[in-house]
Design a protein around this ligand. Sequence first.
Ligand code: ADP
Length: 491
Amino acid sequence: MRRKGLKILMVTSEAAPFAKAGGLGDAVSSLANSLSSLGHDVRVLLPFYSVIPRDLRQNFHPLPGILSVHLGQEHWARLWEFSPPGRPCYYFIEYDQFFFRDRLYDGPYGGFEDNPQRFAFLCRAAIDLPEFLQWIPDVYHVHDWMAALVPIYLETVARHGPLAHTGSVLTIHNLQHQGYAHRSIIDYAGLPWELWQPDKMEACGGINFLKGGIYFANKLTTVSPTYAEEIRMPALGCGLEGVFRFRGGDLVGILNGIDQDLWNPAADPTLPANYDVDSLSGKNLCKMDFCRQRFNIKEAGSRPLFVAVSRLYSQKGLDVLANILPWVVETMDVRFAILGCGEWLLEEQLASIMRCFPGRIWFYRGYDETLAHRMIAAADFFVMPSRFEPCGLTQLYSMRYGALPIVRATGGLKDSVVSREQGVNRATGFVFCDLTHQALYNAIGWACATYYDCPDDMLTMQQNGMRRDFSWEQSSRRYLDCYHWAMEKKT
Ligand code: ADP
């Protein structure tokens, strides 16, 4: 039976290329593109941050009228639209008091104190938007704690209005951030006080946005099948494992896809040379160019190049890599290039290691997307020893670019990388289990030995990864099933 096109409203705090702090922004935009290309009416609401690049902002158009946002007190905001033909329609809500800041979520002293108010505002705006547009969605697809109040509004104050039959799907991209707030946020958000109960939004005497969203959303998803299992257990449930077990029947793990146009080594305009699975000579040029620029050396092919591109937070396990890096470069003939920013101490540690090993280790402190593309194209190996990883996108990018990922067996890393021990004809990388110094050292040594001793295996593994299909095709169909399940619950 052919299903009719759906009206889908995504609510998110990030969407690439407008505003992005990590994989959430990539995942939302590329899923929206995929659903739109399947013929669905996809619209995306996010804040009008001042960090949105000026050249993108130039294409936004103001919508006539002012949106009235019905929090505890009424707020008014302007909306901007960006609606390229054949693509999802983006709405940006302008409210400078909340969104005119240098960064999305935090400043030099940690998360912004008013984050609960900022994102309660976004969620309530999402509820008020459909009447303003005269467009009622079939389903809301909301992402992470920042949008988790939407299902709560839908099941409480908006239960009997025009959204009475609109379903909700909540996707958890990262459980580490849950949105804790003082209980007074209930009044601010204009929600009923009966929500302040342990089996609704209450947690440790305050309010937990994500917990409430998990209780109230019609369907729950997370971004890989393994992570959907892991979060039901205390080790990775971040205190919500009981809630996930309670809602277990409605929780589905769907692996993220990637934007295969944006991440395409055969046509990537940021690379010094392009290449594809049948001819990797361009990849060697990328490596040579990178090594010449960053290590000040001419030859490229002789030593393996290991790369990491990441936020520098404990989740990513790069502190373990930093601890063993001197040992690795003293005992193996390798080069390391790392791009990242985050925790100051880890940044400092990496910077000082680089100073001790010039020509062997290079570290760039910062966020630079062009450099990320170039490094992944230049890399022989991509290191990702995450403590936990809901999905992870960079290991997918690296496989597509012929860099073999070295990953810990957790979450989406386990679901997406086939380890060398599974046989060279299937393998796409190296998988290890324990996050210990020795285990990571051994995994790097394993990769290094493959590079020097088994170049044919290395090439086969690169080609295996480059031939894998990481498009959204399959995953977006699974999301459509979730939307239909959510809608059925509301009929
Ligand atoms: P997470 O969402 O946990 O940060 P993912 O692997 O899902 O991890 O996505 C990370 C995204 O952010 C990728 O697109 C990656 O290229 C990008 N990224 C992370 N750190 C940097 C950086 N320092 N510079 C450029 N891009 C980065």
